[in-house]
Design a protein. Structure first.
Ligand SMILES: NC(=O)c1ccc[n+]([C@@H]2O[C@H](COP(=O)([O-])OP(=O)(O)OC[C@H]3O[C@@H](n4cnc5c(N)ncnc54)[C@H](O)[C@@H]3O)[C@@H](O)[C@H]2O)c1
Ligand SMILES: [Zn+2]
Length: 686
């Protein structure tokens, strides 16, 4: 049993904590704990005050709205105070029933009186804003502040495209204050954070705080860079609105008519059952919404009844917020594991004490990369904040500040891939750590096979996404070489695979064995080695063994790789590292052993380069060669092949139906030759 003194002591401590968190949240836009944690403390204080009403002092956090006003922004006194909304903590249907019962009691309705009509809408998780329109023109935009006085953020609000600077239509009242929420869409938030991550900069915690922080920026140019959105949901001061609707639903329709964004997800219905229906419906849709909501709001629809019900200190009696499970929760970080993605990226994953967040139990959450992990300074044993919103994978947004009981070393990335043992590398200036065992790493198997089979790589027709899934998941193909031992019988046994297509695939595999060195190099999926680089490498070295060497030690060094025209340090490093992985070398050997072959040539370092320094353009259809073949031949002789004709072009090779490029060549006086002329130059030189 709590004694009065205990209760007073606890209430004082709670008040202090709540005031501190409210300051961090409302004034600094930098909360230290999730809302669920704040709400828990708040409800505890409310319960104590209910038991001992003398503890309910006027300055108690339960009696006040929002936070203080930033001194750097001009204060705005609200004509009509901006209040909070009472929260219904019971998230089941009972929450809506309790509200309906309260409203009926306060209106003095009897059991057999007709049901009250309600408007139900989303509770957007953003920042409350008051927009003042005079004669239809936006003259002032303010934050809620402490409810009585807010901050002038007009210039910042003007940067939000969805907020009309002038209202539409000729029924706009002389004075109209519109209340609504500035928020950030989830995809906009993700994109913003993705950009921050790429730049290695600090990421934002959640859309709500990002939006709130942006609106209270001093520099409108900075605000303009933040993708903010707006929804209107109510009114402030109104003067001279002759045709003012008499219901809340009607008001929202009118606001939409004036050109203000109003959410379509709302309803008007009778009694508690309509509210329960809406709550259930929105719960099912919540994850799919493009923005965060933390609940739904029920409002008595009739404005006359709203006036009759009136206000308490902090909130109207005619509205209630019915919440959903929180999207951020605190839990214990039990460990950090490394996950290897399809493309070889290593991601630190938090192993959590299971926690119910965003409607499901979460025990894993991403920490994105080593830099972010370090910046957030999370260590095993910490209390961390997990966020799970919509379909976005759960993530750790930070740790709950506080001292650690004992020293815990900083997390380190493994030096070798936990899946295949290949070396882990991070490019200079890059953020991500990657496994370098592309073709030999089980985590990257599917991606590697798809790339290998691609049209511009080994060109294995019929080996697509779904089939690769089937082959790998069924344990039939576990490496690139094992593709070449697939038999028709085994393939035909697969789902959705007919004998004919099985036979076709085997034939395509057989055909693909005869390839070219550039295609083969490209097919290996070495990071940063695209088609062009593969060609450059093949031309320069001529033979695969000149690049990979008979032994690890004989493989081309970074310096040797840097001699290839157009190959820079990042590419050279990547090729070198690839061939330093024993598993990768094995796969290449096995591919050769199953019969993959190509014609090797003299390294271009030694081969004559009669066309060096000359630029060719190929246009039209040549009689025997494809354009790619002609290009290869010219490039092998040292020529540069360009895509468009300019004064720098030396020759245009024109085939049938050559169009504007030929006209341009003639206009510029560039020599035009045909395929036979090109072959003569290749054979005899210029
Ligand atoms: N994490 C922290 O440290 C911390 C600190 C303080 C407050 N908070 C959070 O702030 C919230 C409490 O703040 P509050 O007093 O602003 O109450 P509230 O956010 O629960 O409700 C009032 C607000 O709801 C918004 N709203 C959204 N949709 C609406 C709609 N359709 N109709 C009307 N209003 C709508 C308005 O901005 C309004 O001001 C809680 O969620 C709490 O967890 C968190
Ligand atoms: Zn690996």
């Amino acid at each position: 049993m709590t004694t009065r003194e205990d209760a007073a002591r606890e209430a004082a401590a709670l008040g202090e904590q709540l005031r501190r968190h409210a300051h961090l949240y409302y004034v600094l836009d930098a909360p230290e704990v999730p809302d669920a944690e704040y709400d828990r403390l708040f409800q505890r204080l409310q319960a104590l005050e209910a038991e001992y009403p003398e503890l309910r002092t006027p300055d108690s956090p339960t009696q006040r709205v929002g936070g203080a006003v930033l001194p750097s922004l001009a204060p705005v006194r609200h004509a009509v105070p901006m209040l909070s909304i009472q929260t219904e903590t019971d998230t089941t249907a009972a929450g809506a029933e309790a509200f309906d019962a309260r409203v009926r009691r306060e209106l003095g309705l009897k059991a057999d009186d007709p049901p009250v009509q309600y408007a139900a809408e989303l509770k957007f998780d953003g920042l409350a804003i008051n927009l003042r329109y005079e004669a239809g023109v936006l003259v002032l935009g303010a934050t809620r502040g402490n409810g009585e006085t807010g901050e002038d953020v007009t210039q910042n609000l003007r940067t939000i495209g969805q907020i009309p600077l002038r209202l539409h239509g000729d029924t706009v009242p002389p004075v109209l204050e519109v209340r609504g929420e500035v928020y950030m869409r989830r995809d906009d938030f993700e994109k913003l954070n993705e950009r921050q991550r790429e730049k290695g900069e600090k990421t934002f915690i959640n859309p709500r705080n990002t939006a709130a922080g942006a609106i209270r920026q001093l520099d409108p140019a900075l605000v303009a860079q933040r993708p903010l959105s707006f929804y209107a949901y109510g009114l402030g001061e109104v003067q001279g609105w002759d045709a003012m609707p008499d219901t809340h639903g009607g008001v929202l329709d009118a606001l939409a008519g004036f050109g203000l964004p109003v959410s379509d997800i709302r309803t008007v219905g009778e009694g508690a059952s309509a509210l329960v229906g809406f709550h259930t419906l929105v719960a099912a849709e919540r994850d799919a919404l493009p923005f965060d909501i933390d609940g739904v709001v029920y409002k008595v629809n009739s404005l006359a009844l709203q006036r009759q019900l009136g206000f308490k200190t902090r909130e109207p009696r005619w509205a209630v917020a019915h919440k959903y499970p929180a999207q951020e929760q605190v839990t214990r970080l039990n460990g950090i594991e490394i996950q290897v993605g399809r493309t070889g990226k290593l991601t630190p994953v938090a192993k959590l004490e299971p926690v119910f967040v965003g409607g499901t139990t979460v025990s894993n959450a991403t920490l994105h990369n080593l830099f972010e992990l370090r910046r957030k300074d999370v260590r095993v044993g910490d209390d961390v904040i997990v966020r799970r919103a919509g379909d976005v994978i759960p993530e750790i947004v930070g740790r709950v500040p506080g001292a650690r009981a004992q020293y815990v070393p900083n997390f380190r990335m493994p030096r070798t891939c936990p899946k295949c043992g290949s070396q882990v590398a991070r490019e200079k200036g890059g953020i991500d750590h990657r496994c370098t065992g592309g073709i030999s790493c089980p985590a990257q198997r599917k991606e590697a096979i798809l790339h290998f089979a691609g049209r511009r790589a080994m060109d294995i027709e019929g080996l697509g996404d779904k089939l690769v899934d089937q082959l790998v998941d069924g344990g039939i193909v576990h490496s690139l070489p094992s593709l070449y031992v697939l038999g028709v019988a085994k393939l035909a046994a697969l789902d959705r695979m007919a004998d004919k297509s099985a036979a076709n695939l085997v034939a395509a595999l057989e055909k693909s064995k005869k390839t070219t060195l550039p295609r083969f190099l490209f097919a290996l999926g070495i990071r940063h080695v695209g088609e062009t680089t593969a060609k450059d490498l093949a031309r320069h070295f001529g033979k695969l063994d000149a690049i990979m060497g008979h032994t690890l030690e004989e493989a081309a060094t970074v310096e040797q790789l840097l001699e290839v025209p157009d190959v820079g340090p990042v590419v050279a490093e990547s090729v070198h590292t690839f061939f330093q992985q024993p598993h990768n070398r094995e796969v290449v050997e096995q591919l050769r052993a199953v019969g993959v072959q190509w014609e090797e040539s003299e390294p271009s370092a030694r081969a004559p380069k009669p066309l060096a320094g000359k630029t060719f353009v190929i246009t039209g259809t040549l009689p025997t060669l494809s354009r790619d073949e002609a290009k290869d031949k010219l490039e092998a002789a040292g020529a540069k092949v360009a895509g468009s004709v300019s004064k720098k072009t030396d020759y245009v090779v024109a085939g049938a139906e050559a169009g504007s490029k030929l006209d341009k060549a003639q206009a510029l006086g560039v020599t035009v030759i045909d395929e036979a002329g090109m072959m003569a130059i290749l054979e005899n030189g210029l």
